[in-house]
Structure formats: structure tokens, C-alpha cells
Design a protein around this ligand. Structure first.
Ligand code: SME
Length: 158
């Protein structure tokens, strides 16, 4: 496992292309879920310096806060609530260009302006979400969707 992340400059695509093999390296041989979610959060935060990066995991009828990087956040989200609960209900990635225009958005931090939430599946079963927030409007697009979906698919058991 590499001890240091090699931070890539360049286009978003170049940054993801450099990061993905490094994430594969971080996950290699490690089966502990918390360790892997923690390192994925840290790697994304380090490469992109987004405001907040982390996981919510499905426990019974709620999403519960998991490993993350960034300011403290709300701990429990019901299905259908906010962007995270919406992505859970739909079972698909949601991109929100302006969180203030998203009905029911849960403002963990007033600094957050745009957001992408990507479902995590283990086989057919949805088990959690990756939530990423930016302090800039319209920060996430289909490139982020494509690469973040690839990244969550690397989590062992997925
Ligand atoms: N904004 C999210 C809540 C989680 S925080 O952003 C970390 C939402 O609306 O689901």
C-alpha cells in the first residue's frame, strides 16, 4: 500500500484517472469496511479538497453517518429526506447544482452550495451513499458521477 497519495494537477478527468489506481492500492488486501471507507474519504478530500466528503450507511430505516472528512455533520437521515435520502429512495446518483433550490435539502453546513450523492451497492443491494459537498455552485457534473460511481464500485464486497 502506498503511504502517500500522489496529488495530480490537471483536468478533473486527469485527477480521477490518477486517483483511481491509488485508491485500488489503498483497498488492496484490506477487507475492513470502516478502514476502506475512511481511506476513500481521505483520498478524495486530499486530491480535490472538497468541502465535505463521506459516507452514510443504511441501518434499518435510516442513513447513519460513517467515515468522512470535513466539518461535523448530521448523523441520521431518513429515506427520502435531503439529497442523501433522495438518492437512497431513487437508488441512483443525484447531482444538485444549487442546494438551496433542492426541496428538503439538509444543510449540515451553510457553506455547502452544491452536492453529489452516489449510491453504494453490494451486488444488488444498496448499502449506503457517498456524499460530496462543495462550497462552490454547480461544482459536480457527469464526469464526477461516472468516476465516483467507479470508485464506490471498488469497495470490497461491492
Ligand atoms: N446535505 C445532505 C446532508 C448531509 S451533509 O451535506 C454532510 C443532504 O441533503 O442529504
Amino acid at each position: 500500500m502506498a503511504e502517500d497519495l500522489n496529488i495530480q494537477k490537471g483536468t478533473k478527468q486527469e485527477q480521477y484517472e490518477s486517483l483511481i489506481p491509488q485508491i485500488q492500492g489503498l483497498l488492496m488486501g484490506e477487507t475492513n469496511l470502516i478502514a476502506n471507507l475512511a481511506n476513500i474519504s481521505a483520498a478524495l478530500k486530499e486530491q480535490f479538497n472538497w468541502w465535505w466528503v463521506g459516507f452514510y450507511w443504511i441501518h434499518e430505516d435510516e442513513l447513519v453517518l460513517g467515515p468522512f472528512q470535513g466539518p461535523v455533520a448530521c448523523t441520521r437521515i431518513k429515506k427520502g429526506r435531503g439529497v442523501c435520502g433522495g438518492a437512497w429512495e431513487k437508488g441512483e446518483t443525484l447531482i444538485v447544482e444549487d442546494v438551496e433550490k433542492f426541496p428538503g435539502h439538509i444543510a449540515c453546513s451553510s457553506a455547502s452550495k452544491s452536492e453529489i450523492v452516489v449510491p453504494v451497492y453490494f451486488g444488488e443491494k444498496m448499502v449506503g451513499v457517498l456524499d460530496v459537498d462543495s462550497e462552490h455552485l454547480s461544482h459536480y457534473d457527469d464526469t464526477d458521477k461516472r468516476y465516483l460511481e467507479k470508485i464506490v464500485a471498488l469497495i470490497p464486497n461491492s
